[in-house]
Write a protein that binds this ligand. Structure first.
Ligand code: BG6
Length: 477
C-alpha cells in the first residue's frame, strides 16, 4: 500500500546503529527538507528515558557522528523525537507503544534494529497491540538469521503479521550511491551491455576490504565470521547487481526478480574454491594492531577473511569466474568491482604488449569509475608501435560537484518512510543467499578447514593470492 508514514517507530533506539547511522541520517534528511513535514520519530528500547533525555542522547550522537555542515535544523529535528521504553520480552509495554504512536497506526513505518533473537517477540507484541495493520510497514536490520533455517524462522514470524509488500529488509550496501550507480552504468549506457557476458568478459573481482578489527562486537563477530557477516549479504548483493539480466524497470519486483535468478544460479563451491584467514598482529596505516585472538582474549576458529571463486550456471556467465574477497584488518579500506574483459582475438601490433580492457568501479572510499584502454605511446616507432594501457577515469565527486555524499541509511530510511521497496531485499533473495552460504559452511566443516593466519595490514593469506593466480589472475590492488 502506498502511503507516506506519519510516524517512524525505531526499535533499538539507543543502540550503536541508531547513534552512528540512523539518527544522523534522519537529521541530515531533515536538514535538506526531505522528511515529511509532520513526521514524528518515536524511539523505543529497554532503558527508561524521558523525551528530553532521549533528545539529549540524540544530540550527543549527532554532534559525534554527523558533520557540522549537515546538522542544519538540528533543534527542529530533535523536537520530532519522542521516546517510549519497552521491554519486548514481556508483552506489557506494547500498549504504551501503541499509545505513543497514537493516530499514526494507519501510517506507520517501523524499523527493527535489535538483535534478531528479539524479532519474533517484537512482531508478536506489535501484532497484539494493533501495530501491524494495513497502514504499517516494517524494516528489518541484518543479520536475518545465521543460516537458512533460522532465516526462514524469522521470515515466517514476520510473514505471520506482515505481507511481503510491507516488509523492508535492509542491506545497507544497496543504499550506497555508487552501488546504485552500478545499475546506471549498466542500464543507462548502451556501451557495456552488449559486452557484458562470457564472450567478452574474462572474470570479475569483488573486493570489500576493511582496516577495522573487531570493534565493539566481539561476541557477535566471533559467532558470525566474514562469510556470514559480509559475503552472505553485501557481497552477494553486489554480485547479483553485476550479473543480473536487465530488469524491465527500476521498480521493486522487476529488479528483485532478476537478482534472485542470479543468486539461484550460484554453483556450489568446490573444495579448492575457498580460502579463509584470520588476522594476527601487524600494522595497519602505520599503527601497530593486535591479532584477532589477542583482541578476543582466546583462541578461535572464526574467519576474519574469506576469498572465494564463484560461478554462475547460466548462459550469460558460463565459464566466467567471480572472485570475491573480504576481510578485516586489511591493507586499506576499499570496496571495488573489477570487470576484466578478454584480450583482443588477434593483435596486429607485432611485438607490442597487449593488455585487456578493465573496468574498475570504486565504491568506497573513493567513488570512481575507471576504464583502461590501450593507446599508442607517442613516438616514431622505428621498432614497431608501442602500446600502453591508459585509464579513462571518472571521479564521481568531481563529475557531480555541489552534491554531498550521503549516508546509505538516508536513502533507505526515506524509502522506508515513503514505501519504495526497490532497494530492499526480498525473502526469496535472502533465502537463496543463505542456501549457497550454508553449503559452503558444510563443505568447510567436512574438510575441517581452519583459517590461515595473515598479518594485519596485508591483503590476506597467500593462499588467497594463489586462488586467483592458479588461473593466471591477479587481484587488483
Ligand atoms: C556490516 C558488517 O554489515 O557492514 C560489518 O556487519 C562491516 O562488520 C560493515 O564493518 C561494513 O559496512 P561499510 O558500509 O563500512 O562498508
Amino acid at each position: 500500500m502506498s502511503f507516506t508514514a506519519d510516524t517512524l517507530l525505531l526499535f533499538g533506539a539507543t543502540g550503536d546503529l541508531a547513534r552512528r547511522m540512523l539518527l544522523p541520517s534522519l537529521c541530515a534528511l531533515d536538514a535538506d527538507g526531505l522528511l515529511p513535514e509532520k513526521l514524528r520519530i518515536v524511539g523505543t528500547a529497554r532503558s527508561p528515558m524521558s523525551d528530553s533525555e532521549y533528545r539529549n542522547f540524540a544530540r550527543a550522537a549527532l554532534e559525534k557522528f554527523l558533520p557540522a555542515n549537515r546538522r542544519g535544523r538540528m533543534a527542529d529535528f530533535l523536537n520530532r523525537l519522542h521516546y517510549q521504553a519497552n521491554d519486548v520480552t514481556t508483552s506489557e509495554g506494547f500498549d504504551a507503544l501503541a499509545t505513543a504512536v497514537g493516530d499514526s497506526k494507519d501510517r506507520l513505518a517501523i524499523f527493527l534494529s535489535t538483535a534478531p533473537s528479539l524479532f519474533e517477540v517484537s512482531i508478536e507484541g506489535l501484532r497484539q497491540a494493533g501495530l501491524a495493520g494495513q497502514g504499517v510497514r516494517i524494516g528489518l536490520e541484518k543479520p536475518l538469521g545465521i543460516d537458512l533455517a533460522s532465516s526462514r524462522e524469522i521470515n515466517d514470524a514476520v510473514a505471520a503479521a506482515f505481507p511481503e509488500a510491507r516488509i523492508f529488509r535492509i542491506d545497507h550496501y544497496l543504499g550506497k550511491e555508487t552501488v546504485q550507480n552500478l545499475l546506471a552504468l549498466r542500464f543507462a549506457n548502451s556501451l557495456f551491455e552488449p559486452l557484458w557476458n562470457a564472450t567478452h568478459i574474462d572474470h570479475v573481482q569483488i573486493t570489500v576490504a576493511e582496516t577495522v578489527g573487531l570493534e565493539d562486537r566481539v561476541d557477535f563477530y566471533d559467532q558470525t565470521g566474514a562469510l556470514r557477516d559480509m559475503v552472505q549479504n553485501h557481497m552477494l548483493q553486489l554480485l547479483s547487481l553485476v550479473a543480473m539480466e536487465p530488469p524491465s524497470s527500476f521498480e521493486a519486483d522487476p529488479v528483485r526478480d532478476e537478482k534472485v535468478k542470479v543468486l539461484r544460479a550460484l554453483r556450489p563451491l568446490a573444495a579448492n574454491e575457498s580460502v579463509t584467514g584470520q588476522y594476527r598482529g601487524g600494522a595497519v596505516g602505520g599503527q601497530i594492531v593486535p591479532g584477532y585472538d589477542e583482541e578476543l582474549k582466546r583462541d578461535s576458529g572464526t574467519e576474519t577473511f574469506v576469498a572465494l571463486k564463484a560461478h554462475l550456471d547460466n548462459w550469460r556467465w558460463q565459464g566466467v569466474p567471480f572472485y570475491l574477497r573480504t576481510g578485516k584488518r586489511m591493507h586499506e579500506r576499499v570496496t571495488e568491482i573489477v570487470v576484466q574483459f578478454r584480450c583482443v582475438p588477434h593483435s596486429i601490433f607485432k611485438g607490442a604488449r597487449m593488455q585487456p580492457n578493465r573496468l574498475v568501479i570504486g565504491i568506497q572510499p573513493e567513488e570512481n569509475i575507471s576504464l583502461s584502454l590501450m593507446a599508442k605511446v607517442p613516438g616514431l616507432d622505428r621498432d614497431g608501435i608501442a602500446l600502453r594501457s591508459v585509464p579513462l577515469d571518472i571521479a564521481m565527486p568531481d563529475a557531480f560537484s555541489g552534491t554531498h555524499k550521503r549516508i546509505a541509511y538516508e536513502r533507505l530510511l526515506l524509502d522506508l518512510i515513503e514505501g519504495k521497496q526497490t532497494l530492499f531485499v526480498r525473502r526469496d533473495e535472502v533465502e537463496a543467499q543463505w542456501a549457497w552460504i550454508d553449503a559452503i559452511r558444510e563443505e568447510w566443516a567436512r574438510e575441517g578447514l581452519q583459517p590461515k593466519p595473515y598479518n594485519a595490514g596485508s591483503w590476506g593469506p597467500s593462499a588467497a593470492i594463489a586462488l586467483a593466480e592458479r588461473d593466471g589472475v591477479s587481484w587488483h590492488e
